[in-house]
Design a protein around this ligand. Structure first.
Ligand code: GDG
Length: 471
């Protein structure tokens, strides 16, 4: 029998993907590298820790896998559960509400019921896996009930919770039919982490308004227990990103990309999950108007928009895709030339090397969300600019705007201002851009994802040596 875990990460998804072997047709599990894995892997390995999550499939769910010193423990979900818990309550009720309700939330009582049941399952799996006094770190909005459900079963555990997306202002949060249950769920944790101080403040205000608990500063006393809520801005594996961007393969590919695009003077890049929070439509609108009024022209300027497929069964995402594609078609119809479109729209996923090559090829990176917890793409772009060139256009509504002070800030709701900022980013003197980029790059060297994970775990009471030595 395997021994119980002293450190556990609980997230909606396990860091693995199913891949079907072409010859045998067998399902294999491949590790999917991501920021969270990179950050947590050393701590997990050091503690012989376990990662609990859904394997991303409703079919051949793998048994527990031991992978590079980390135990991956899958939680099974049925098709109906994925629809109601993940696509429904998480992504059609909570996601829009937590992002300023930029699209209206859809509330269905049956989705909530399944959300409770699935959260319960995660809590049960975790309770059975945790050693006495273990540290458990629960991730994100899909699992907000797990902290309290777990505490009920295992009061001996040290529980942390981190919300990757914003926490909305109380006026909006009040719309949520299950506002009390959600807050009480999260309050099961000892430490609650947010991306920005504003999110922590919104949360504290919601607790004060909705529950009987009275926050004092960042502390809330819940049944005699001290719960702390604070900001822990997430970051990227800066060194890893920089090293991929400097590789010969990526350097070569960045050159090829520019050549394939017809060697434009200015290459504008957008990389987002195709999500209505990312401000893709506003960005396209500003670009179209700049082409219309002659401030920019094709082929001197070209835009590449990578829109990674996302949540395709959720209605609002389908509608968004139509709107974006119609606008891209319109821009290309009006301003493209044979073999030279004004926007290269790519509804595809790329590997990290191609992504890094795009970052290195782009003169201006446009990150214009209407609301975003942090936005890692903005940080990855800076990490990839190994010669300190390039300009980052960054929405003030992205968490990253609080940290990346060298960016050209935009309000994506103000198209006129966004057009002006686009032009500033394109025409600013090289020296100015370099200074701005240098500032952001040195910030990211220090504030990388290790620092984020260590900061949170230290605040949670995990001894510093345990989070430090292996780094
Ligand atoms: C949530 C919050 C918060 C994208 N396309 C491809 C690809 N990506 C990678 C990027 C980046 C990640 O996905 C996206 O992260 P973001 O932070 O930009 O946005 P969300 O997905 O909305 O993330 C956000 C984040 O959680 C972390 O806390 O910052 O605010 O919304 O790393 O590079 N990666 C590859 N191919 C692609 O086509 N390989």
């Amino acid at each position: 029998m395997h021994s119980k875990a002293a450190f556990i990460v609980v997230a909606n998804r396990l860091p693995i993907d199913a891949s079907v072997d072409e010859e045998s047709g067998e399902v294999q599990w491949v590790r999917s590298p991501g920021g969270l894995v990179t950050a947590l892997e050393p701590v997990l390995r050091d503690h012989h820790g376990t990662w609990i999550g859904w394997a991303g499939t409703t079919e051949a769910t793998p048994g527990p896998v031991d992978s590079e010193g980390v135990r991956l423990l899958p939680v099974e979900l049925s098709k109906d559960e994925v629809r109601a818990y993940y696509e429904g309550y998480s992504n059609a009720s909570l996601w829009p509400l937590y992002h300023d309700a930029v699209e209206p939330s859809v509330f269905r009582r049956s989705w909530w019921k399944t959300y409770c049941e699935v959260n319960e399952r995660f809590a049960e799996v975790c309770a059975a896996e945790a050693a006495e006094g273990a540290v458990v770190w629960i991730q994100d909005y899909q699992l907000q009930l797990v902290p309290a459900m777990l505490r009920e079963r295992r009061p001996d555990l040290r529980i942390g919770f981190f919300l990757h997306i914003p926490f909305p202002p109380v006026e909006l949060f009040m719309q949520l039919p299950q506002r009390r249950q959600i807050l009480e769920g999260v309050l099961g944790a000892d430490l609650i982490g947010f991306q920005r101080p504003l999110a922590a403040e919104n949360f504290l205000k919601a607790v004060e308004t909705v529950t009987e608990y009275e926050p004092k500063g960042h502390l809330i006393t819940v049944d005699g227990r001290h719960v702390s809520a604070d900001a822990f801005p997430i970051s990227i594996d800066t060194e890893g990103n920089t090293s991929i961007a400097s590789s010969a393969r990526v350097t070569q590919r960045a050159k090829e990309i520019r050549a394939e695009l017809g060697d434009p003077e200015t290459l504008i890049l957008g990389v987002d999950r195709l999500d209505y929070t990312k401000g893709i439509e506003q960005r396209l609108k500003a670009y179209r108007e700049l082409l219309e009024d002659g401030s920019m022209s094709v082929p001197e300027t070209v835009m590449v928009q990578v829109a990674t497929p996302s949540r395709e069964r959720v209605e609002q995402y389908r509608v968004l895709r139509h709107r974006v594609e119609r606008e891209v078609g319109r821009i290309n119809g009006d301003f493209g030339k044979v073999g030279l479109p004004a926007v290269h729209y790519l509804h595809q996923s790329y590997d990290r090397y191609e992504l890094a090559a795009l970052y290195r090829a782009a003169d201006v990176m446009a990150v214009t969300p209407l609301r975003d917890g942090m936005n890692l793409v903005a940080k990855e772009y800076c990490a990839a600019r190994i010669d300190d060139s390039g300009a980052l256009l960054l929405s003030e509504f992205a968490g990253a705007a609080g940290e990346l002070s060298g960016a050209y800030r935009v309000n994506p709701y103000d198209i006129t201002q966004m057009k002006r900022r686009f032009m500033t980013a394109v025409t600013a003197p090289e020296e100015e851009k370099r200074e701005r980029m240098e500032k952001m790059r040195s910030f990211l060297k220090e504030y990388n994802v290790d620092r984020w994970a260590r900061g949170f775990l230290t605040a949670l009471g995990v001894p510093e040596s345990a989070t430090d030595e292996t780094r």
